[in-house]
Design a protein around this ligand. Sequence first.
Ligand code: FEC
Length: 312
Amino acid sequence: MSERVGVLLLAYGTPASPHEIPAYYTHIRRGRPPTPELLAELTERYEAIGGASPLLGIARTLAERLELELGERLPGEDFQVVLGMKHATPFIEDGAAVLAAAEVERTVAIVLAPHYSRLSVEEYMERVHAAEASAELGELAFVREWHLEPGYLAMLARRVQLELEHLHSLGAGAVRVLFTAHSLPSWIVEQGDPYPEQLQETATAIAQLAGVDDWAVAWQSAGRTADPWIGPDVCEVIRDLGAGADHDAVLVCPAGFVSDHLEILYDLDIQAREVAAQAGLRFARTALPNADPEFVSVLADIVQAQLAAVAG
Ligand code: FEC
């Protein structure tokens, strides 16, 4: 009889409608409701990208495609891929309950974010482990990080090359490539968190594969809090680049994210693009992996390797 294997695909989550924004924002802020000003500002950002984020829809398609891909690769196993969101429905606990009801014998949990931090992946791990108290997930393997997964690096390197070719075809000469991830409060750096170093490793590997020399790491989407956040911020870097007057264009590769969502469609496509225009630079960014077949294949590689490691 085939073995029942669960895959818990973990992601940030998004409000399904504007009515859900206050509860979502309060959840992100660990139970502290936002001020009316902060709430109004976030609501405006969702409005600016068309009213809602595509994050959940993309994650659903990705889960369906990954289930099919794993079933094709390992026909001897019975796969069920479910979503678990950190800050919105379906919550991590909901996903775990679905897998427990399916009586899975093994579960692979993976966050749809490649870099490990105590403030990101570790929190997902804690929630999954806590969910196990009431949801039997069988033998559980948690993918801690996958920022150097070969298929992921190759996919992003190709996307960088594609955008560079496009920029050059439009007449751009010198182009700086900026590899970005979500900023985090900078106290994590003092605590030796590997997150900044992992982004640097991803960026170095992609730049090498793509044959790019003119690149840097920058941080985006810092939270609206009083603490200092890891920098330099992508918008500052773009401003400085424009002031230097020796570049024609900037290409952003948001290597810390895998899907179109607010932080891409607003923070990069609206905000950073505007800063670039003011700085006299052309702006481009690489397409996100979303539910593209090549990304489905990358995730299937990671799950398959995890299953082989546990079995071996
Ligand atoms: O499309 C959407 O609707 C959701 C987009 C979204 C993603 C995302 C990913 C990450 N975040 C991470 C850390 C933090 C920390 C705070 C924080 C705050 C926000 C707010 C919104 C938001 N994040 Fe987010 N994040 C997304 C959206 N994030 C909205 C609240 C308003 C704001 O400050 O902009 C600060 C919390 C606090 O106030 O205490 C910290 C990290 C990731 C990437 C890893 C992952 O996806 O889990 C890290 C997508």
